[in-house]
Design a protein around this ligand. Sequence first.
Ligand code: NAP
Length: 255
Amino acid sequence: MTTFPDLKTVIITGATSPRGIGRATADLLASSGWNVGIIDLDEAECKNLANELSSRYGIQAYGAAADVADEVMVRAAIDQVENNLPQIVALANIAGVSSAVGYLELTSQEWHRVLNVNLHGVHYVTHRVVETMVRHGVGRIVSISSVSAQRGGGTYSKTPYSVAKAGLIGLTRSLARELGPHNITVNAIAPGPIDTDIMGGTLSEERKAELVEDLVVTRLGTTADIASAIRFLLAEDAGYISGQTLNVDGGLYMH
Ligand code: NAP
């Protein structure tokens, strides 16, 4: 079995949001010695984060802008990362959008916006990155689903979000099967409520208390809770875990 090279790169999508899961993951992985390729919407923010990570942690980092829903942009951005950083070994699909529109008010435009970013976007990025991983005979992929996929919504975001995040679980299982022979593992993480700004802005204390009501672990999740689970699944010694969805949700969904 091919092992990890000495110098390895992880691509992280959706990494520039200051209080987001992607940013916390980029920090944790860089501090653990990963070189980091940043893909997000704003070019300047991608470059700034890459500079910050390389000066703080002494690793190589490169930022390239892409809307993950645009396959041409995605391929160009990942080509740039590949040309500028060591071997791509891992991918964290974190970019995503929320959607609080109820089904009865839902427009076709909103349906497609959410599916395009949260499901098709993950496919575009993964499809391009997998080309490289297969060539090297090693890879780790983690995509961020949501407990919303398993519980039928019940969170801030409604149906198209739940559908897209459920689609990621299917994508994960199918890719795990097809890519296993190439020494590539594919897993998903289903977070519960995490204290970021994606649920319509920074959460009030009242809103936080409501979100904690159904949990077994009686606190809101942190970006660090998700980042550490991502680091675990991307590690070389997690090679016997594939096709799984790991709930990091304070016990909200037990299966
Ligand atoms: P966030 O802070 O809003 O982060 C989302 C990131 O994705 C941002 O950096 C955003 O960029 C980027 N992004 C959005 N659309 C994009 C596109 N089309 N192309 C490229 N990048 C794009 O929210 P978060 O809470 O950290 O969410 C991260 C992931 O976790 C999402 O997939 C979300 O669905 C999932 N999740 C979150 C929770 C939670 O409770 N927070 C629970 C379950 C799952 P901009 O900032 O420039 O828009």
